[in-house]
Design a binder for this molecule. Structure first.
Ligand code: IMP
Ligand code: MG
Length: 172
C-alpha cells in the first residue's frame, strides 16, 4: 500500500487530524455569516479538504480546480496550466483556496490571479503544508497547517508519480 521502506514519519495521523480540527475551528469563526466557497486544488488537496470540511461548522459549498505544475517528476517545471476549471461563478463569494502544499508558490500565484479577476468578495488561502525555503514567488498563505523543511514528502494526498496519496500520515 505505502512505500516498503518507511523509516521515518514526518507528521503522524494524530498530528494531522489535530491540526485540521484547529484549522476548521478558526475558519468557522472567521466565515460565520459569509458565503463560504472552498476551492480544492486537485488532486493533492482532496484528502485534506475531505477532512477539513467536516470540522467547519458552517453552511458551505466547494468545487475543485486542477492545474499542472509538476508533471510526473518531483521537480517543478515552473509552468502552470488550468486543466479543470470551476463549474460556477465565484463573483461576490468568499473564496478559500485549499492546497495540500505550497512549494515554489507558482501554482497558487497563478490560480489566485485568475480567481481575483473574477471578482470574489474575498479570497484567502489555506494550505496543510508550507515549504517557505522553496518559494520562487511571494504568496500570502492565510491558514497554514505545518511549516516543513525543504524535503519532498508524500502521503495524505501528496504523491510521487501518483502513488502514496492514500497514506494517512506524511513521510519523506
Ligand atoms: P508549487 O506550484 O511549486 O507551489 O507546487 C505546488 C504543487 O506541487 C503541490 O500542490 C503538489 O502537488 C506539488 N508538490 C510540491 N511539493 C511537494 C512534495 O514535497 N511532495 C509532493 N508533491 C509536492
Ligand atoms: Mg503531485
Amino acid at each position: 500500500m505505502y512505500k516498503d521502506d518507511i523509516v521515518e514519519i514526518l507528521l503522524t495521523e494524530e498530528q494531522i487530524q489535530e491540526k485540521i480540527k484547529e484549522l476548521g475551528e478558526a475558519i468557522s469563526d472567521e466565515y460565520r455569516g459569509k458565503d463560504l466557497f472552498l476551492i480544492g486544488v486537485l488532486k493533492g488537496a482532496v484528502v485534506f479538504m475531505a477532512d477539513l470540511i467536516r470540522h467547519i461548522s458552517l453552511p458551505l459549498s466547494f468545487d475543485f480546480m486542477a492545474a499542472s505544475s509538476y508533471g510526473d517528476s518531483s521537480q517543478s517545471s515552473g509552468r502552470v496550466r488550468i486543466l479543470k476549471d470551476l463549474d460556477d461563478d465565484v463573483r461576490d463569494r468568499d473564496v478559500l483556496f485549499i492546497e495540500d502544499i505550497i512549494d515554489t508558490g507558482l501554482t497558487l500565484s497563478y490560480l489566485t490571479k485568475v480567481l481575483k479577476s473574477r471578482k470574489p468578495a474575498s479570497l484567502k488561502v489555506c494550505a496543510l503544508l508550507n515549504k517557505p525555503e522553496r518559494r520562487e514567488i511571494e504568496v500570502k498563505v492565510d491558514y497554514t497547517g505545518f511549516i516543513i523543511p525543504d524535503r519532498f514528502v508524500v502521503g495524505y494526498g501528496l504523491d510521487y508519480n501518483e502513488r502514496y496519496r492514500n497514506a494517512p500520515f506524511i513521510y519523506p
